[in-house]
Design a protein around this ligand. Structure first.
Ligand code: NCD
Length: 306
């Protein structure tokens, strides 16, 4: 049985197959409308979410399956002290597959160790967010036509942003990738990602504070929210939260075909005026998130559609 806990759980070739399936779903949704009839997805969300939970649920519903679950730790038996291991054993009796989001790093891995159904990591603390990464890869591949030879700017909270950590792991396996890491000093990429992934693999990267200086070089600008919930004190968050605000003026320095991505939710880091710029791809990214999660559910459940 397979799980998706880390973005590296699939090889590059398997990712290609997964993205091909997602693109086929986009082109022929009706072919897949009953593929998961009689199957159930459980969503176990111990942390807030809109997109990730609802897009997993929409994905299963689009496949003709059903969904059940909870959307906060308070409304589950976690509030009574139940362990993730016990919860997942029980959920394995109720559902065929599950997606779990948890504030503790490693919780989805623990769940996978005790589950008898496939487990999808829907975000674990400041660690990883592999289904967002699949979404990001599909978006880039679909809109840019390639996942190699790209200069990617990652901007904002690179310290706590799990989407950034997962995306770096995943993109590091393609050729000709360069990263521009744009953050305030205090929100730089953790050394376990910088040293263990970028340095180890010899991937070119630079760490800068100025978004303006970086802008003209970029093929992709991946903006992120400052992760309020992971700060130890409110003051630091308030000082950092508006460090970067992408607006139309800043976009003038970008390449005409640069794409702006954002895992969402956005707070202030992208001005609403940028939404109408054709290079703003973050709402299209949301739609790709549904296609790739449909492809993921089919793959993990080993459902074949001819
Ligand atoms: C991201 C997350 O939860 O890490 N959101 C998402 O799943 N689309 C990014 C964020 O919350 O900033």
């Amino acid at each position: 049985m397979r799980h998706l806990i880390s973005p590296l759980d699939f090889t590059v070739e398997e990712l290609d197959t997964l993205m091909d399936l997602a693109s086929d779903i986009e082109a022929h949704p009706e072919k897949y409308a009953h593929a998961c009839a009689g199957k159930k997805l459980a969503t176990l969300f111990y942390e807030p979410s809109t997109r990730t939970r609802l897009s997993h649920e929409a994905a299963m519903l689009n496949l003709g399956g059903q969904v059940l679950g909870f959307s906060s730790a308070d409304s589950s038996s976690a509030a009574k002290g139940e362990s993730v291991a016990d919860t997942i054993r029980m959920i394995s009796c109720y559902a065929d597959i599950c997606a779990i989001r948890h504030p503790k790093e490693g919780a989805p891995l623990v769940a996978a160790m005790h589950a008898s159904i496939p487990v999808i990591n829907a975000g674990d603390g400041g660690h990883q967010h592999p289904t967002q990464t699949l979404t990001d890869l599909l978006t880039i591949r679909s809109l840019k036509g390639r996942l190699s030879d790209l200069t990617i700017g990652l901007c904002g909270d690179l310290k706590f942003g799990r989407t950034v950590h997962s995306l770096i792991h995943a993109l590091s396996r393609y050729t000709g990738i360069r990263f521009v890491l744009i953050s305030p000093e205090e929100l730089r990429l953790p050394s376990y990602v910088r040293d263990d992934v970028l340095k180890k693999k010899g991937i070119p990267y630079e760490e800068v504070a100025s978004l303006d200086d970086a802008m003209p070089k970029l093929d992709i600008l991946y903006m992120t929210r400052v992760q309020k919930e992971r700060f130890f004190n409110e003051e630091d968050y308030v000082r950092m939260k508006d460090f970067y605000i992408l607006d139309n003026e800043k976009m003038k320095a970008a390449k005409p075909d640069m794409l702006v991505l954002h895992p969402l939710p956005r707070v202030n880091e992208i001005a609403v005026e940028v939404d109408s710029d054709p290079r703003a791809a973050y709402f299209r990214q949301v739609q790709y998130g549904v296609y790739i999660r449909m492809a993921l559910i089919l793959t993990l459940l080993e459902v074949k559609v001819c």
